[in-house]
Design a protein around this ligand. Structure first.
Ligand SMILES: C[C@H]1O[C@H](OP(=O)(O)OP(=O)(O)OC[C@H]2O[C@@H](n3cnc4c(=O)[nH]c(N)nc43)[C@H](O)[C@@H]2O)[C@@H](O)[C@@H](O)C1=O
Length: 318
């Protein structure tokens, strides 16, 4: 039986990936900073909490990483741990850099030290590209991050690339564009919109207070994206590398808002408030992606459009 260790199992992607690997027959170990204290609500919601071997693991602490790897001897490690909010990274830049960049380095260094044939997936991000204007970013597009989060993800990306070249480790970074689901917390804009709209539809007298709604993103469906992570680690070592994962379609945030409110028979323009304090010091105006390498190499394609994502998220709440 293949053994997989998911670092950051309590988050949206960790939970869906655990579900996928269990279905594929893996023995799944789930790492979380304090496994005794965490309630693992996402795992409970998917009904898989009791099927996962939960372990306390702080990827910022090399001793903790090394001991865990030597004890479990996993075939595959998925690094989904660390700060995930771009907005919060402006408030907590040091924690962001440490949890993402130092955390990834600790994992790579422990894999190298263990001399085990472990395959490694690293959660990268389209935030690394920064603003590419109308250009659809692919694996050759230079990074110009515009947030502490993007800077930290870019550093982790280069660490992975270096360990792959220098030590022939089977290591890949998935450069994932935005991907959403009912497990998204309200800190992210899609769930904030869906949760507020659903409350209004049920009679709440609130407004939806947002920051910059003139942005555009490539929004996909998280359960689709965890399949791409797994596929990267099933490649021959020559194809271990970096992959842009996205739908290839960009939508305005206003279109997402409209899709959600219209599905609830509401006119969104009546309920929106703009709060300048929610604007980020620097933001990405539009994100465009070209995921053709993933299609060609992994035979992976996004199945859900932005409209499908909006519908599924609303249905899960109503
Ligand atoms: C690829 C990338 O994807 C995600 O990062 P994100 O794109 O920052 O996601 P978000 O949902 O926080 O913001 C999207 C956009 O929406 C704008 N926006 C307006 N008004 C509000 C608002 O009220 N809240 C929030 N959160 N955003 C707002 C905000 O300014 C930004 O332009 C993470 O998964 C990350 O881990 C990741 O890697």
């Amino acid at each position: 039986m293949n053994k997989a260790l998911i670092c950051g199992v309590s988050g949206q992607d960790g939970a869906y990936l655990a579900q996928l690997l269990l279905k594929k027959g893996y023995d799944v170990y789930g790492g979380s900073r304090d496994a005794q204290m965490s309630s693992f609500t996402n795992l409970v919601r998917l009904g898989i909490k009791n099927d996962i071997r939960l372990v306390s693991l702080s990827i910022n602490d090399f001793r903790s990483v090394l001991q865990t790897i030597l004890r479990i001897k996993p075939d595959e490690i998925y690094n989904l741990a660390g700060q995930s909010s771009v907005g919060l990274s402006f408030e907590q830049p040091v924690e962001t850099l440490e949890s993402i960049s130092v955390g990834t380095l600790n994992l790579l260094e422990a894999i190298r030290f263990s001399e085990l044939p472990i395959r490694f997936y690293n959660a990268g991000s389209s935030e690394c590209f920064g603003d590419t204007g109308q250009l659809a970013a692919d694996e050759t597009t230079p990074f110009r991050p515009r947030s502490p989060y993007g800077v930290a993800k870019a550093a982790a990306y280069w660490q992975v690339a270096n360990y792959r070249e220098a030590y022939q480790i089977h290591a890949s970074t998935g450069i994932l564009f935005n991907h959403e689901s009912p497990l998204r917390p309200e800190r992210f804009v899609t769930q904030k919109i869906v949760a507020t709209a659903c409350r209004i539809a049920k009679g709440s007298k609130e407004t939806l207070t947002l920051g910059n709604i003139d942005i555009a993103r490539d929004w996909g469906w998280a359960p689709d994206y965890v399949e791409a992570m797994w596929l990267m680690l099933q490649q021959d070592i020559v194809n271990a590398g970096d992959y842009v994962i996205a739908t290839g379609k960009t939508n305005k945030l206003k279109d997402f808002i409209e899709a959600v409110f219209t599905s609830l028979d509401l006119n969104w323009e009546q309920y929106i408030d703009i709060d300048q304090s929610l604007f980020r010091p620097t933001d990405i105006a539009e994100g465009h992606a070209n995921p053709v390498k993933a299609k060609r190499q992994l035979n992976w394609e996004a199945r859900y459009s932005m409209q499908d994502v909006a519908r599924e998220m609303v249905e899960a709440r109503m």
